[in-house]
Structure formats: structure tokens, C-alpha cells
Design a protein around this ligand. Structure first.
Ligand SMILES: [Zn+2]
Ligand SMILES: [Zn+2]
Ligand SMILES: [Zn+2]
Length: 144
């Protein structure tokens, strides 16, 4: 994704949710854009001492709801955020090195069809993230 379109997407996502683009939110968008890997709300907050923590948390939530960034819950500690690169996807989270990857899980999508009959109500979305020990970490252990 080109930097310009990343920034435009983030701003559009905020506007879609009815938020005004204040100086603080603009600073937040630029900060998110500058990060290529994962980040926590805490890290963003530390980089932007002039932006209130409540604004950071609220804006991140709006961006997650809008689908431009992802929140990945971790087994221990705070959730981490990544920029969404493809439309519908799942994540793997390495519990050893905290690496996050986007993955497609076609079996999960197939599983949902029969599941829909067991669930009262209509399924409108889902979130499936897998906690793993990544190949790199497995290799590092077996070599030690
Ligand atoms: Zn994602
Ligand atoms: Zn790992
Ligand atoms: Zn899915």
C-alpha cells in the first residue's frame, strides 16, 4: 500500500465514523503510518505525549472498527495492532517473539456454513487468531 493511500484510508475511516480530523488525530494517523510492524497503544501514546491517552485508545478502536488496522489479542499482556493489508484475514501470533502474520484460512470460512445453523441469530463476522511458535523460533530452540 502506498503511503499516501494509507494516510487517506485512515482519515477516511475516521470520517466514516463521524470523527472530526483534529490536529491530535492527524498526528496519530502520521504516527501509525510511520510504523511498519506491530505496535501497542502504549507505544503510540509514548511517541505522542501531546495527544491524550483517551484519544489514542478511542481513535485506535475506531480504526479497528473501520478495518484499516487490526487488533490482535495476545495470551499475555496488552493487545497489539498492525496495519491491515488484505481485506478479510486472520492472524498468527508467535508467543515467543511476538511476530504477527496475516493468514487466509479457507477452512475457517467453510466451517462457518454449518456453524451458522447452530448459532441463534445471523453471523455477520468473525475473528480467529492463532497463537503459535513460529518456524524461526522452533529452529532456534532445536539448534540450541
Ligand atoms: Zn490483520
Ligand atoms: Zn517466533
Ligand atoms: Zn475468516
Amino acid at each position: 500500500m502506498k503511503p499516501e493511500s494509507m494516510q487517506a484510508d485512515l482519515i477516511a475511516a475516521l470520517q466514516d465514523q463521524g470523527l472530526r480530523i483534529t490536529k491530535a488525530r492527524k498526528a496519530l494517523v502520521l504516527e501509525i503510518e510511520s510504523r511498519s510492524g506491530t505496535f501497542t497503544a502504549e507505544e503510540i501514546s509514548e511517541s505522542l505525549p501531546e495527544v491524550g491517552r483517551a484519544t489514542v485508545f478511542r481513535t485506535l478502536k475506531v480504526l479497528v472498527d473501520g478495518g484499516t488496522i487490526c487488533r490482535v489479542n495476545t495470551p499475555l499482556g496488552a493487545p497489539i495492532y498492525t496495519r491491515a493489508r488484505v481485506e478479510h484475514h486472520h492472524h498468527t501470533y508467535c508467543v515467543n517473539c511476538a511476530d504477527v502474520q496475516e493468514i487466509r484460512l479457507s477452512n475457517v470460512e467453510l466451517m462457518l456454513e454449518p456453524l451458522g445453523r447452530e448459532v441463534k441469530g445471523q453471523i455477520v463476522g468473525h475473528s480467529v487468531d492463532l497463537f503459535i511458535i513460529c518456524d524461526r523460533c522452533v529452529d532456534a530452540v532445536s539448534q540450541a
